[in-house]
Design a protein around this ligand. Structure first.
Ligand code: PBG
Ligand code: ZN
Length: 331
């Protein structure tokens, strides 16, 4: 039946009717809140590219984690900013590395809060790439490439060290081939077989990471990440990456960034049955914060609409810097 028997506006008439037929429910229990923990810092230091987000000392990270938990947010994801960087990113897998120290401290203070650890080398390498470099003599002279297989061993060490520190979930974000399988094997070998892997499966080489790299001090010193992160133009390849990570033993898959890649979220959702995470990146966050600060848009409405869109596209879990604000608005 069509108009006039059918009138779509009947079920939109009141707040209550709209609530009754709403298809997508956004909730604080969907969110993961990112924390930047800086070694040697006292207190907090604002991140100029991400208004409202600070670098935190371990003590402040405990407080911030508690605030998130108090708002009903079930998980945080930790990024470390070390005082020392070297070619092999040794701070990533040091027993007293900043993420390891912060993980132990947060788990002790808030045992029920899920601590996810971002697993990559770029915050810890002096060259800022996500793996170790190898020199290669090409026709343009000596060039550097990120050595995939040599990096795998360091990622596996990092995973084990994070899990031993108490990480509930490890989240490899490096985009090396085969890393999920190698990390799974290393965790199992170390009797950490119960620790899940949240794989950044479809991680695109994106300008939306710009604000984060200023926050984490992880911009590459030369070149870019296009030889390991995905080409933003490719969707079918994202499905392939996701299926490969699932085959290697990933427990959860991720699409990153979120808003410019909603079609990828939908395609991965339809191609696999694993829980799907979307990373609402620093660039997506700062875009809305800047527009709101300029008075162009209403912050609360635009943020909740964007997060609802990510969930409607097929994400089960959203990593977002808006988590605390959104959790507050949703209650
Ligand atoms: C590290 C990592 C990055 C992000 C998460 N883990 C940056 C990068 O790959 O350059 C991005 C997070 C964000 O943009 O908010 N590999
Ligand atoms: Zn990295």
């Amino acid at each position: 039946m069509a108009f006039p028997q059918t009138r779509m506006r009947r079920l939109r008439a009141t707040h209550q009717l709209r609530g009754l037929v709403r298809e997508t429910q956004l909730s604080a229990s969907d969110f993961v809140y990112p924390l930047f923990v800086a070694e040697g810092l006292t207190g907090r230091a604002p991140i100029w590219t991400m208004p409202g987000i600070d670098r935190l000392s371990v003590e402040e990270a405990i407080i911030e984690a508690g605030a998130a938990a108090g708002l009903g947010i079930p998980a945080v994801i930790l990024f470390g900013i070390p005082t020392h960087k070297d070619a092999e990113g040794s701070g990533a897998y040091a027993e007293d590395g900043i993420v390891q120290v912060a993980t132990r401290a947060i788990k002790q203070a808030h045992p029920d809060l899920i601590v996810v650890t971002d697993l990559c080398l770029c915050e810890y390498t002096d060259h800022g790439h996500c793996g170790v470099l190898r020199e290669r003599v090409g026709h343009a002279g000596t060039e550097h490439t990120v050595d995939n297989d040599a990096t795998l061993e360091l990622l596996a060490r990092t995973a084990v060290s994070q899990a031993l520190a108490g990480a509930d979930i490890v989240a490899p974000s490096d985009m090396m081939d085969g890393r999920v399988g190698v990390i799974r094997a290393a965790l199992d070998e170390a009797e950490l077989s119960e620790v899940p892997i949240m794989a950044y499966s479809s991680k695109f080489a994106s300008a939306f990471y710009g604000p984060f790299r200023a926050a984490a001090d992880s911009a590459p010193a030369f070149g870019d990440r296009r030889s390991y992160q995905m080409d933003p133009a490719n969707g079918t390849e994202a499905v392939r990456e996701s299926l490969l990570d699932a085959q290697e033993g990933a427990d959860m898959l991720m699409v990153k960034p979120a808003l410019p890649y909603l079609d990828i979220i939908r395609r991965v959702r339809e191609a696999t049955e694993l829980p799907l995470v979307a990373y609402n990146t620093g660039g997506e966050y700062s875009m809305l914060k800047a527009a709101a600060a300029a008075g162009y848009m209403d912050e609360q409405q635009s943020v909740l609409e964007a997060l609802t869109g990510i969930k409607r596209a097929g994400a089960d879990i959203i990593i977002t810097y808006h988590a605390k604000d959104a959790a507050q608005w949703l209650t």
